[in-house]
Write a protein that binds this ligand. Structure first.
Ligand code: HEM
Length: 391
């Protein structure tokens, strides 16, 4: 995918040539004659931080995630503005591959969000709170831990290099010192394709392909109708932005895998090996609702009725694992669900309400974390994320 390839233009924009090579992050990257961008090392690939929308939303999912939620110590709008400016400047540098340590950008993206609590009395922004930035209501079966929920600010860091994601998250945390402190954080990963497996849909911790029926990120009309906020939605400052819902959902992996394969398959509504919907042959064959159990995850999530298309969300979650937990005598892990959408009130919330009530999969799921953030639009070089709100 072109945006993930090493951008020669981005490299040329960097700090000048050094001895026939280019200086990137303090390291000299040699341009080899006669080779095009595609042959360059994936670890050198960059995704531009600047643009109409923030990176890390329509960007194809990288392999690793570091997600952090912060609470603000800064007591006024000026302090919030200073932090968002410092973060934006740093994020642009990191995304371009510039860092004092040995640093491979590996398609690094950094995406910032503002939680509902930013619009309380502290910063004088109450009138600017978008109606789409709702408080996520409690759902049936939730086992939420307040220490893993919400937050004033969100920082989603993604990269194809795990150490890069961690290093970028560390640099952002250090920059926040005095202005904001960590509230919670989670690391996530994508699985490699199985040996010999074609196609890009990664599998979750229980072995099913997850992402098959996702929104096509390259479909501008669909992204415009279902993902990007517009001025006419009410909050003009959010035009070109979107709303992020995060849910930390633990999966009873051993319990689920103890079921026979056919039961696992009707639980999701798809075959495990191919990812095809029940009754079909290939992964991307259309879903035939009449052949599905009414409680299959994909049918409850998308009943294929009037209004279902408008509800569709861009899922961009990651597997997570906290290692073995002696208390439950198995791996504590699951899905760190992330979804982007234009209006959670008419998209995530009704889907999740149905799932919590009628999804066969719910018996194996333990939601521990929940959060929502307004993700402001992208910015041009020299700007800062949140400038349309904070001036
Ligand atoms: C641990 C929790 C979850 C697991 C393991 C899981 C797994 C899956 C799998 C395997 C699929 C089928 C492949 C695909 O089309 O991507 C799927 C589809 C889907 N899931 Fe989930 N999911 C989880 C939670 C959620 C949540 C919380 C939501 C939203 C509230 C959600 C919404 C959807 C939607 C909208 C689809 C596509 C349905 C369609 O259009 O066919 N899922 N999920």
């Amino acid at each position: 995918v072109s945006e993930r390839r090493l951008s020669r233009r981005a490299l040329l924009g960097l700090a000048g040539a050094a001895g026939g090579g280019l200086l990137v992050g303090g390291y000299v990257v040699r341009e080899r004659d006669g080779e095009d961008d595609a042959s360059a090392s994936p670890s050198a690939a960059t995704v531009p931080f600047h643009g109409d929308h923030q990176a890390g939303i329509a960007t194809p999912s990288q392999k690793y995630l570091q997600f952090s939620s912060y609470d603000l110590d800064a007591g006024d709008a000026a302090g919030l503005r200073d932090l968002l400016r410092a973060w934006s400047d740093l994020a642009a540098e990191l995304a371009a591959g510039r860092h004092t340590e040995a640093f491979a950008p590996a398609s690094l993206t950094i995406t910032f969000g503002l939680g509902p609590s930013v619009f309380d009395e502290r910063f004088g922004l109450r009138q600017q709170r978008p109606s789409a930035l709702v408080d996520i209501p409690p759902f049936e079966h939730d086992q939420l831990d307040p220490a893993r929920c919400n937050g004033d600010l969100a920082v989603q860091v993604c990269s194809d290099d795990q150490h890069t994601a961690l290093t970028a998250a560390r640099a952002l945390r250090a920059t926040a010192e005095g202005a904001a402190h960590l509230r919670w954080s989670r690391a996530g990963f994508q699985r490699d394709p199985l040996p010999g497996e074609e196609g890009g849909t990664p599998r979750n911790l229980v072995g099913f392909k997850d992402g098959t029926a996702n929104i096509d990120r390259t479909d501008d009309a669909r992204m415009g109708s279902n993902v990007w906020a517009a001025a006419e939605d009410g909050a003009e400052w959010m035009a070109g932005g979107t709303y992020l819902v995060a849910r930390e959902v633990e999966i009873d992996v051993d319990g689920f895998l103890a079921h026979p394969l056919d039961e696992q398959e009707v639980t999701f509504g798809r075959y495990k090996a191919s990812g095809a919907p029940i009754g079909q042959k290939k992964e991307f064959d259309p879903v035939i609702p009449d052949l599905q159990p009414v409680s299959a995850h994909i049918i409850v999530a998308n009943p294929h009725q009037a209004g279902s298309e408008a509800e569709r969300i861009l899922r961009r979650g990651y597997n997570y694992s906290l290692g073995f937990d002696p208390e439950i005598n198995q791996v504590a892990g699951g899905l760190f669900f992330i979804a982007f959408q234009r209006d959670p009130l008419t998209q995530f919330i009704p889907i999740q309400r149905r799932l919590a009530h009628g999804d066969r999969m719910q018996h194996h799921l333990y939601p521990h974390g929940s959060a929502i953030f307004a993700v402001p639009p992208g910015i041009a070089a020299g700007g800062y994320v949140g400038e349309t709100l904070l001036g």
